[in-house]
Write a protein that binds this ligand. Structure first.
Ligand code: FAD
Length: 343
């Protein structure tokens, strides 16, 4: 049966920046046959398809032509093998809820990724990461439906070509598949990863009180840091980091370090350096800068916020102003992290 397909649906409550935009056609899919039928509907009318998860990594610059498919595929199944738990999550399961579910089951490894908004499917596209852990570290495989043929294809970790906030699905396979489920391999033994400086500082405070550091406590600490650092999109609409942290060559890093000895930089395996985009933006004097209903967040310069009633064009205009300033000041070209639609 074809899922109900609606016309001219507002997407304002479906994107964490709360930007006003309409989907020409919209449906929610709950199982594979819904998804097949939705894709067939779009094909029969020769219209583009836009999959949507939690809407926390998109900028809607205008209305979206064609069919927006809310990927609402649920379900979680697991098997234990050789000291690991292999868990398959429907693409529409909420990321943070599943991090908590795994902790409750005694399946460890996702603690550092607590409280990242959005759903399981998009997490793989973006190779989400935080506090020293990336999804790719725990990833086993995913199943995706080819948008044209409806065929289900399995991709293992190597095939996904994960990189920093990057994967095959942002490159060679962009717009070719809808992810239907992902499988992660978690440990049955706690494996703490607490080297990340902000986390380590909190761990030290807890150790000083004699507390035992458990994965559950690490998750609680990560949530605490995130709540202190990042605006809650349900109160102050935003899409998290608006720019990727740029990776620059060793030569460029050395040149900048002479000029800005206090510049934080993180060495990469190949000798390049990753520089916090937030720091670069702050140096340009943009922290807290407001342009009409859009602002660079006052505490976190990497986040652009909708103060109320902003349009996607206004968000992108401020993003461009920030990008130009960083380019002029540091000769570093920032790349927007969320995907822009409807431009
Ligand atoms: C406050 C805040 C904090 C954040 N912190 C982090 C962080 O610490 N680390 C991090 O990595 N990210 C972070 N993000 C970004 C965001 O949460 C992640 O990128 C998340 O994985 C997006 O999931 P989503 O379901 O909301 O994706 P959406 O925004 O719905 O979609 C993102 C992209 O994926 C596509 N897509 C969605 N679902 C599917 C599917 N099933 N199949 C194919 N394509 C699909 C969409 O078409 C779109 O192109 C943050 C965002 C916010 C708002």
């Amino acid at each position: 049966m074809t899922p109900t397909i609606l016309e001219k649906v507002s997407l304002q409550s479906y994107n964490s920046l709360a930007l006003p935009a309409e989907a020409e056609y919209f449906c929610s899919v709950e199982n594979h046959s819904d998804l097949l039928a939705a894709l067939a509907f779009a094909r029969s009318r020769d219209m583009p398809v836009t999959p949507l998860g939690g809407g926390s990594n998109i900028v809607l610059a205008g209305d979206i032509l064609g069919l927006v498919i809310l990927v609402n595929l649920k379900g979680v199944s697991s098997r234990l093998e050789n000291g690991s738990a292999y868990i398959t999550f429907g693409a529409g399961e909420n990321w943070h809820d599943q991090v908590q579910h795994c902790l409750q089951q005694g399946w460890y490894g996702l603690e550092n990724l607590s409280l990242i908004p959005g759903n399981m499917g998009a997490a793989a596209i973006q190779n989400i990461g935080a506090y020293g852990v990336e999804l790719g570290d725990l990833f086993v495989s995913l199943t995706a439906m080819n948008r044209l043929s409806g065929e289900l294809v399995e991709f293992d970790r190597a095939a996904c070509e994960f990189g920093y906030r990057d994967s095959l699905f942002k490159n060679a396979a962009r717009d070719r598949y809808i992810i239907v489920d992902i499988c992660l391999g978690l440990s049955l033994e706690p494996q703490l990863n607490i080297q990340y400086p902000a986390l380590q500082a909190l761990v030290d405070q807890h150790l000083a009180t004699g507390a035992e550091i458990t994965p559950e406590l690490v998750s609680t600490m990560v949530c605490q840091i995130r709540r202190e650092k990042l605006p809650d999109p349900s109160i102050t609409p935003n899409a998290g980091s608006f720019f990727k942290n740029p990776v620059i060559s060793q030569a460029k890093a050395l040149q900048l370090a002479q000029q800005y000895p206090q510049m934080p930089r993180y060495a990469q395996a190949n000798g390049d350096s990753k520089v916090p985009a937030g720091w670069l933006i702050e140096q340009c004097g943009f922290k807290g800068l407001q342009r009409g209903p859009v602002a660079v967040h006052q505490d976190q310069a990497l986040v652009l916020v909708n103060l109320g009633g902003a349009s996607g064009a206004q968000v992108l205009a401020l993003g461009e102003e920030v990008r130009t300033a960083v380019l002029e000041h540091f000769e570093i070209a920032l790349e927007i992290e969320p995907r822009v639609y409807g431009a």
